[in-house]
Write a protein that binds this ligand. Sequence first.
Ligand SMILES: Cc1cc2nc3c(=O)[nH]c(=O)nc-3n(C[C@H](O)[C@H](O)[C@H](O)COP(=O)(O)OP(=O)(O)OC[C@H]3O[C@@H](n4cnc5c(N)ncnc54)[C@H](O)[C@@H]3O)c2cc1C
Length: 373
Amino acid sequence: MLDVIIIGAGPYGISIAAHAVAKKLSYKLFGYPMDFWTNQMPQNMYIRTPHDLVSFSYPEGNYTIQQFAEETRTILESPLPRTVFVRYAFWFAERAGIQFTTELVRNLSHNGQYYTITAESGDKVEAKNVVIATGVKDFQYIPSLYSDLPRSHVSHTLGITSFDKFRGKDVIVVGSGQSAWEAAALLHQARSKVKLLYRKKKHVYGGSRVAELILIKTGDIFYKLPRPLKKLLRTAGSVTVPIAHFLKPLVEEKVPRFANRTINQVSVVNNKVQLKLTNGEEIYADYVIVASGFKIHLDKLTFVEDLLKNQIVREEESAAFPKLNQNFESNLKGLFFAGPLSAHSHGPTFRFILGLDKASKTIIRSITTQEES
Ligand SMILES: Cc1cc2nc3c(=O)[nH]c(=O)nc-3n(C[C@H](O)[C@H](O)[C@H](O)COP(=O)(O)OP(=O)(O)OC[C@H]3O[C@@H](n4cnc5c(N)ncnc54)[C@H](O)[C@@H]3O)c2cc1C
């Protein structure tokens, strides 16, 4: 029986595994290594987090992105290209001595004493502790307006790795957040005839190193804050995430924008997508990309057995999130959550890489302390 199974091999899973290795815990790290960043995002995108704040977590603070840059003679540009971040992730994993088990988990169950996972291969593995760190992919949200339309004409931003196929095509990106602006910028670079359409009257640029540093600090104290203040920070963290400044020159004066527009009907007519707006306008396009983000909900994790899901106590304000203690542990002893599913209990910091250090240290310290007692 293992000390810990980590489900998810993204930044959170890798950092937690690094701490498990350093503490000599027996572990397995399941998932496709850095799959979200390698295979689900546009290949030529940039990471919005300042490059000096994207380091993974290691107990003594080793294996930072600065160390990687020096050793591999990589220049750290701002904004940091996705490709450099992914190369860094694999360099970190190698330096930290992490072994990947490159399989998804198909089933997670609990018998009251320990956890059993069944992997894609059918292998079963048991552990005293499990950390779920599977990111946001399962929570992709597409409004019902678009859900019956063919993928040949409409899709979510997630999973588009290249915009080259849209060259010369009329494409409408619906949304006013970071992913909408990023898609629009990359479509423009790919020489698509792209337009942005959104409900808001104004879009907001922002983001700074200071704001990111404040968000890291917020992650340290959020858990103990009074409930009304937590509510305020959650709203601020999810509603007002501004568009990163570096996208401004890539979109302004380049991509036509239609603000204050609400779509009330979408259909495919003569191989074109027809958008009918509440103001009476009709717009046609070859393709529509919906930048509608993610709606996190524990019940959407299909690999967690229903019996187990039903035993997990949820947050009072939202049944979508597990109620976690200050160690990121649920009411079920040994079941931990890292990343977006911990963001209700621990704050918006944990939707981002900025929360890696706190989550990894806290979870592995808690497991090690239990082992020793
Ligand atoms: C377009 C876009 C841009 C972003 N830019 C930034 C940014 O600049 N800065 C930032 O901090 N955050 C950014 N984010 C948020 C980003 O999702 C997180 O910061 C980060 O990826 C979270 O890491 P993670 O380890 O939780 O999950 P992920 O990186 O999503 O990794 C999930 C892992 O889980 C594995 N997995 C999934 N299901 C299973 C299963 N059943 N069994 C086993 N393994 C499984 C996957 O294979 C993968 O290895 C962005 C998100 C999007 C969508």
